[in-house]
Design a protein around this ligand. Structure first.
Ligand SMILES: Nc1nc2c(ncn2[C@@H]2O[C@H](COP(=O)(O)OP(=O)(O)O)[C@@H](O)[C@H]2O)c(=O)[nH]1
Ligand SMILES: [Mg+2]
Length: 361
């Protein structure tokens, strides 16, 4: 999974990127506007616990790739220019984290002259809507000519889907708010529409907003409903300082500020939720590992996440819910005695945090 971090200049994207990926960017490279990418281990206390039981040699976390998407610049007219290049690099991501500035900082003036989260959110929405509309209009023109000329069957299927999308965008609404059938989504897949991507709006506050940020989030939530949009907050500067501390010191520091969860933990949890993803585990002395699958995936699909061959060679899955597995101290036999062990077929719907052993031929 690839998460793109977007936002206006000086909203705190690179600060967030450096904090969650624990990398330090060379300030000169930031000035050159290079795109930065890093793979991050999904922190998972449950996986650590499994590894402790087995004194496991190898612990493998699930991973997510984060991209600090650069390329937004102030245009000649004074407002931010959403270049074709920028929009193209946004398209490559599965989901977007949109950093919106709440903090005041006279040393780095906001590109639009004042701090106004709702305005910044609207700016992005409008630009993304216009970009999707332009792509659809160009494509519809082509398709209509094609249908007239050759009666192309694929084009005939595409036309109503694109028209449905266009109608929504013309009402200045993003595609992610709509319901689509599987078939429609399949047709739309190649376009990588920007307003279809799940959106996580991350409000970047500062020290003076530690106590008021929750009410700011609530206020913005009230105006921004939508099934694939979420709003969270974080404290860029504070987290940046924290990331330089040892884990224990960081915990103390967080406690002092009343921050209960790091930005990384929040972002990953919310992104998993937005994308409808969940984890399952495999555990043993050699390796404890977290795997990512979509919610509603079957045992057979889960096996396929481990190895594509397992889809065909799948026989049964031994399944124990995580809590019961820990209670049985990692012993399938003990879990069986406790009545928590099950042998499931390929249609079994995997539950969040199931510990599984795949039997295959
Ligand atoms: N006061 C304050 N300054 C911040 C915060 N987050 C970022 N900054 C500063 O804002 C400037 C721009 O941040 P940066 O992460 O480079 O923004 P980007 O342009 O979105 O990548 C830097 O000088 C940061 O130190 C914050 O939470 N509070
Ligand atoms: Mg930056």
């Amino acid at each position: 999974m690839q998460i793109g971090i977007v936002g206006l200049p000086y909203s705190g994207k690179s600060t967030l990127f450096q904090t969650i990926t624990k990398t330090l960017l060379d300030p000169s490279s930031m000035g050159r506007g290079e795109t930065h990418q890093a793979i991050v281990k999904v922190p998972d206390a449950r996986l650590q616990k499994l590894a402790e039981i087995f004194h496991t040699r190898s612990v493998v976390n699930a991973t997510i790739e984060f991209v600090d998407v650069v390329g937004l610049k102030k245009g000649e007219s004074g407002s931010t220019q959403f270049s074709t290049n920028f929009l193209a690099s946004v398209k490559n991501n599965d989901t977007l984290v949109e950093v919106v500035r709440l903090f005041a900082n006279d040393a780095v003036p906001h590109p639009d002259g004042s701090v106004d989260a709702l305005r910044d959110i609207a700016t992005f929405e409008t630009e993304f809507i216009l970009s999707d509309m332009a792509a659809i209009e160009t494509r519809l023109d082509k398709i209509k000519r094609q249908i007239q000329k050759t009666g192309d069957e694929i084009a005939k299927k595409e036309q109503p889907v694109l028209e449905k999308c266009l109608a929504q965008l013309q009402q200045e609404k993003p595609l992610r708010d709509m319901e689509f059938t599987k078939e429609e989504l399949f047709v739309m897949k190649t376009y990588q529409f920007l307003t279809l991507k799940p959106l996580l709006i991350a409000l970047n506050g500062d020290e003076s907003q530690l106590t008021s940020i929750d009410s700011i989030v609530e206020k913005i939530k009230a105006t921004r409903q939508g099934k694939a949009t979420k709003i969270v907050s974080f404290f860029g500067q504070i987290e940046m300082e924290m990331s330089e501390l040892s884990d224990d010191d960081a915990k103390m520091f967080m406690g002092e500020y009343g921050i209960t969860e790091s930005a990384l933990t929040t972002l990953i949890r919310e992104a998993f939720d937005l994308l409808g993803l969940q984890a399952f585990f495999t555990a043993g002395e050699d390796e404890c590992r977290a795997w990512t699958i979509r919610k509603g995936a079957t045992a057979q699909e889960a096996a396929g996440a481990i190895h594509s061959d397992f889809v065909k060679t799948f026989i049964r899955a031994e399944v124990v819910p995580y809590k019961d597995y820990i209670a049985a101290n990692g012993s399938m036999a003990k879990a069986k005695e406790a009545g928590a062990w099950r042998l499931e077929g390929k249609e079994y719907i995997v539950q969040e945090a199931d510990v599984m052993e795949i039997r295959h031929s």
